[in-house]
Write a protein that binds this ligand. Structure first.
Ligand code: HEC
Length: 149
C-alpha cells in the first residue's frame, strides 16, 4: 500500500516537472513578425530597466532577480557577451539550437529558462524594451569594461 502511494507521488512529481520544464524553442523567444517594440525615451527605458533588473517579482517564485545570477552585472556571462549583437550565446545554442541571438531574445530566453516563467514578456511591453535597453547600454558595457576574462 505504502509503496504504491510513493510510486503514485513520484509519477505525479515527474509529470508536473515535465510541464514546468517546457522546452524552449527559437520561435518562443523570437519577435513575432509584425509586432512593434514599445517606444520610449532611451534614458527612461534604461532607468526603468535598472529597477527591473533587480526586481524579484519578475521570477515565477518571486525569489530571483536578473541580478541574483548576473551579480555585479558581470557574473554568468561568457566572453561572447563582449561581441556586438547578434552573437552566439552557448546556452541559447544548446537549449534552443539558436546560432545567433540579440539582446531582446536573450532577455526573453532568461525569462523562460532562468526566471522560470511560462511565457515571455509581451513583445510590445515597456518592461521588455526597458530590460533590453538596460542590458545593451549598461550591462554589456559594464561587462566589456570590468570582466577580467
Ligand atoms: C538562474 C540564473 C539566471 C538568471 C536569474 C538570469 N540569467 Fe541571464 N543568463 C544565465 C545564463 C546561465 C546565461 C548563459 C550564458 C552563456 O551561455 O553565455 C545567461 C545569459 C544572459 C544574457 C546573454 C549574454 C550574452 O552573452 O549575450 C543576457 C542578456 C541575460 N542573460 C539577461 C538576463 C536578464 C535580463 C535576466 C532577468 C530577466 C536574467 N538574465 C536572469 C543565467 C541567468
Amino acid at each position: 500500500m505504502k509503496k504504491s502511494i510513493l510510486l503514485f507521488n513520484l509519477i505525479l512529481l515527474l509529470g508536473t516537472s515535465a510541464v514546468f520544464a517546457a522546452k524552449i524553442t527559437a520561435d518562443k523567444v523570437t519577435r513575432p513578425a509584425g509586432s512593434v517594440p514599445f517606444q520610449g525615451e532611451r534614458a527612461d527605458l534604461v532607468a526603468k530597466g535598472e529597477s527591473l533588473w533587480n526586481d524579484k517579482s519578475l521570477s515565477k517564485n518571486g525569489k530571483k532577480a536578473c541580478s541574483s545570477c548576473h551579480k555585479g552585472a558581470t557574473k554568468m556571462f561568457k566572453d561572447s557577451f563582449k561581441n556586438e549583437y547578434p552573437h552566439t550565446v552557448k546556452m541559447a545554442q544548446k537549449k534552443a539550437n539558436m546560432d545567433q541571438v540579440d539582446a531582446e531574445e536573450m532577455v526573453q530566453f532568461c525569462m523562460l529558462a532562468a526566471m522560470k516563467q511560462p511565457d515571455v514578456l509581451p513583445w510590445d511591453s515597456e518592461d521588455l524594451a526597458a530590460l533590453t535597453a538596460y542590458t545593451e547600454d549598461v550591462v554589456q558595457k559594464n561587462y566589456i569594461e570590468h570582466s577580467t576574462k
